[in-house]
Ligand binder design. Structure first.
Ligand code: ADP
Ligand code: MG
Length: 275
């Protein structure tokens, strides 16, 4: 079932200069429970699109619906914000409290949720992001990956259905990046709809569907295998492909017969062993 739909969305930032659309006719349909990655070079419109999903920005032209509700409908704004949670690049900007569990409780408290219910939501959220043993910690003591997991926990405590992450791993080390990807995969398995913007192609390869943006437009949509098998096209766009896909592409060019779907080191090793 469709959970988010964008139709002909155009958007312009107010900048006295000539009007260049940041989004230029975006049509996208995302299904409930889907894990969608959005990739594209800097300035291609990824963050602008992300901010449209929970009505932080509204389209100048076209329309966006979340669970059938138009994001322009002012009376439904809080319903939409409750359905669509956002996690941004810098975890330090998202922390509001001095203790981990208070930080997670902050959102539900603002919604006026009863105390008992908040407590059970905090427990659930801590469990979902694997931060149980840190509940009494100061967020300042956490690693970057832990801080981003705390930000995700805050969204989970709101009982959000859709999680939008805008380059959540950009400021993290490899360990932190792995933690976030594992957490996101787990949430997806539990039924959450995931929209994941990233520059790391290994992360995009974990999604079910990859959306490629360029100059405010969606250039193409496909499975990771489809998108990353066209290595030349990705390079032309100034994008990379997962390392294993790149190596497989070069081996194929040298006449080695490998299957199309090679996205991870594991895929590549298995294909080479099978030769
Ligand atoms: P991405 O997230 O893919 O890097 P953005 O959505 O941030 O792309 O940006 C899309 C376009 O909008 C770019 O040309 C960018 O310069 C412009 N833009 C983004 N944010 C603003 C802003 N606050 N004011 C003016 N222009 C902006
Ligand atoms: Mg961005």
């Amino acid at each position: 079932m469709e959970i988010i739909r964008t139709e002909g969305v155009r958007f312009f930032y107010d900048s006295g200069e000539k009007k260049i659309p940041a989004l230029d006719g975006v049509n996208l349909s995302i299904n409930e429970g889907e894990f969608v990655a959005i990739i594209g070079t800097n300035g291609s419109g990824k963050s602008t699109l992300a901010k449209h999903f929970n009505a932080l920005l509204l389209p100048a032209e076209g329309k966006i619906t979340v669970c059938g509700t138009d994001t322009k409908s002012e009376k439904d704004l809080w319903e939409i914000r409750k359905k669509v949670g956002m996690v941004f690049q810098n975890p330090d900007n998202e922390i509001v409290a001095a203790i981990v569990e208070d930080d997670i409780a902050f959102g539900p408290e603002n919604l006026g949720i009863p105390t008992g219910e908040i407590r059970s939501r905090v427990d659930l959220a801590l469990d979902a992001v694997n931060l149980k043993e840190f509940r009494k910690f100061s967020p300042a003591k956490l690693s970057g990956g832990q801080k981003q997991r705390l930000a995700i926990a805050g969204v989970i405590a709101m009982k959000t259905e859709i999680l939008v992450l805008d380059e959540p791993t950009a400021m993290l080390d490899p360990q932190g990046r792995r933690e976030i990807l594992e957490t996101v995969k787990k949430l997806h398995s539990a039924g959450m709809t995931i929209i994941y913007i990233t520059h790391f192609m290994e992360e995009a390869a974990a999604a079910q569907k990859v959306v490629v943006m360029e100059k405010g437009k969606i250039l193409k949509i496909g499975s990771p295998a489809e998108i990353f098998s066209d290595v030349k096209e990705m390079h032309r766009l100034g994008l990379e492909v997962p390392v294993a896909a790149e190596v497989a592409y070069r081996l194929r060019k040298k006449g080695i017969n490998l299957p199309q779907k090679i996205l991870t080191g594991h895929d590549l090793a298995a294909a080479l062993k099978g030769l």
